[in-house]
Design a protein around this ligand. Structure first.
Ligand code: FAD
Length: 522
């Protein structure tokens, strides 16, 4: 064999650079299912099913195209359980002259595969990942030009460079770069409009059913459930999911992007992150489809711009942060948070209605939308002071779209505000992902959704038996970090409000916060 061409579970793209120059007469594709990928952090059953089912479908497509393929299954008795072990086994069998791959998404995986190549004295030809609009070099060049990193500046540069949502003069469509302010409505008291309907889900075929059975047998003790399973696992399914979003949800996406509603897990979101992260979909085709819907008058500019910003802006930005900050990023803990993750994150068994709903659907479906991740489960962990690495392990394990390069900056940086501090070259009080912590009381949740109506806690109370834990912990958080946060101009108002609170109020909050931390409330 000339080249062993390595394809990982999140690289399921036949157009990837790894396949450039592939010669079926001399080269062979290598794919491997490794138990370690489901255990290095505990992976929820739904997430493992997604990866294995998508990998097996991709392998099937390669085989039917006639490409030579080495595919190691999880249930093969000789499987070593690690990607490194499986690669070593394949090298022994095929004696390749070199290894070829598209740069992997995860730092840990890159180190492991590099080590195998080194041990065997083989060259590893790492190729740029064309899936992304920007290379990591592009991002580093952008970062080098600036004193402080902000997603917004990067996003504008990307819009210009790639000609997305620009008018004939090269100005932003509609005269503004950012329509965020129009994308923050709640559903009021009535709830979602009748246009809300169930998204397209995909009935598992024989291949996926086999994977579901395998996961139940091997990882049945892992969190969540393998069934019902309805995520796209082939490119054809992913394209159908994209069309379903563009036609039925994009028209309403922007307006209610930040809204919550009890018992409604999907709302008007895309549910395309898993297909994108496994590379079943290309971000360009997703962005182009959204922009085309705007030009066809099928979706308003504010919503389309908001959607494009998530993909062309945030998704590319977090990848740049990850690859320019690793491996030190994993250990950041700017606020010195050391609490363990509450046990109810693994069961959803808690009296707080918003947490119960967000965690429950996460374990059931492998999905929660952005505001649930950021302002329910993320906010609670931030305010409680949970060790960021424990929060990271949870997010990486439970979501179908969780891959470290995108999950880690969102969790550790955006939601836990752990990436500030001297290591980042920034004063404490500023982060790489967020310019201030996303700290809020229960009143934010009350405004954005309806969970508080059926919850025994009151968002307007900070202390006492019926105080909302978010509200208690918000004031406690401000107090614990008052000095650091005072250095951040964007926190000035919040810090000033804290200063107005009486010593009696502070004492009552502290007592209640201690009870929450001791597990006596939730
Ligand atoms: P939509 O709301 O419809 O957004 C459209 C697309 O934009 C998404 O499919 C996604 O590809 C992209 N996108 C949106 N927000 C972000 C963001 N902040 N960063 C990167 N891409 C974004 N996203 C992941 O893909 N994997 C993760 O593991 C992940 N972990 C997260 C952890 C936390 C604590 C937070 C706050 C956010 C996380 N996100 C993650 C970002 C975001 O919440 C999800 O991308 C989104 O909820 C996926 O659902 P959707 O496809 O319906 O997204």
């Amino acid at each position: 064999t000339r080249h062993l061409v390595l394809v990982l579970g999140d690289q399921l793209d036949r157009a990837a650079s790894a396949f450039d120059g592939f010669d079926p007469a001399h080269d062979r594709v290598w794919m491997a299912e490794a138990a370690e990928e489901s255990t290095h952090v505990v992976s929820a059953q739904q997430r493992t099913v997604l990866f294995l089912a998508a990998m097996r479908h991709f392998a099937q497509a390669l085989r039917s195209e006639g490409l030579p393929l080495h595919y190691a299954t999880l249930d093969d008795a000789a499987n070593t359980g690690t990607l490194a072990g499986e690669l070593a086994r394949a090298i022994a069998q095929w004696q390749p002259q070199a290894l070829v791959m598209t740069a992997p998404g995860d730092w840990r995986v890159l180190q492991a595969l590099r080590a195998v190549a080194r041990t065997h004295g083989l060259a590893l030809d790492l190729r740029d990942d064309r899936h992304f609009y920007a290379t990591v070099r592009d991002f580093a060049a952008h970062a080098a030009k600036r004193k402080a990193l902000r997603m917004e500046w990067f996003y504008r540069e990307m819009r210009q460079r790639h000609g997305v949502l620009l008018d004939a003069d090269g100005q932003p469509e509609g005269g503004r770069w950012n329509f965020d302010a129009e994308n923050r409505e709640s559903f009021g008291t009535q709830g979602p409009p009748p246009e809300l309907r169930a998204p397209l889900r995909f009935e598992p075929d024989a291949v996926t059913r086999e994977v579901i059975a395998l996961v139940q047998q091997r990882f049945g003790h892992h969190p969540g459930q393998a069934e019902p399973f309805g995520w796209p696992v082939t490119r054809a399914d992913a394209l159908a999911a994209l069309q379903d979003f563009i036609a039925h949800r994009l028209p309403h996406f922007g307006r209610w992007q930040d809204a919550l509603w009890a018992g409604e897990p999907w709302l008007f979101h895309a549910h395309l992150s898993a297909a994108l992260n496994l590379k079943l979909l290309n971000p360009r085709e997703v962005v182009d489809a959204a922009v085309a819907a705007y030009h066809a008058g099928q979706a308003p500019l504010a919503g389309v711009e908001g959607f494009v910003r998530q993909i062309l802006g945030w998704r590319e930005y977090v990848r740049g942060i990850y690859w320019t900050q690793m491996p030190g990023y994993l250990d950041r803990n700017a606020l010195g948070a050391e609490q363990p993750l509450p046990a109810f994150y693994w069961t959803g068994d808690t009296p707080a209605a918003c947490l119960r709903d967000a965690i429950g659907q996460t374990l059931r479906l492998g999905y929660a939308h952005h505001i649930q991740r950021l302002m329910v489960t993320g906010l609670f962990a931030l305010l409680l002071g949970v060790r960021p690495q424990a929060v990271h392990a949870w997010y990486l394990g439970v979501y179908v779209d969780a891959v470290e390069w995108v999950e880690l900056p969102n969790t550790l940086g955006m939601s836990q505000f752990a990436d500030g501090g001297p290591d980042g070259g920034l004063a404490l009080g500023q982060g790489l992902m967020a310019s201030k912590p996303y700290a809020a009381t229960g009143k934010y949740l009350q405004r954005m959704g309806n969970h508080c109506q059926d919850c025994r806690f009151r968002p307007d109370r900070a202390s006492g038996d019926d105080a909302c834990p978010f509200t208690t912990l918000y004031w406690d958080f401000l107090e614990r970090h008052e000095a650091a946060l005072a250095a951040n101009p964007r926190m000035a108002l919040q810090v000033k409000n804290l200063a107005r609170r009486s010593e009696a109020e502070r004492t009552a909050v502290r007592a209640r916060a201690d009870a929450i931390r001791a597990g006596q409330v939730l």
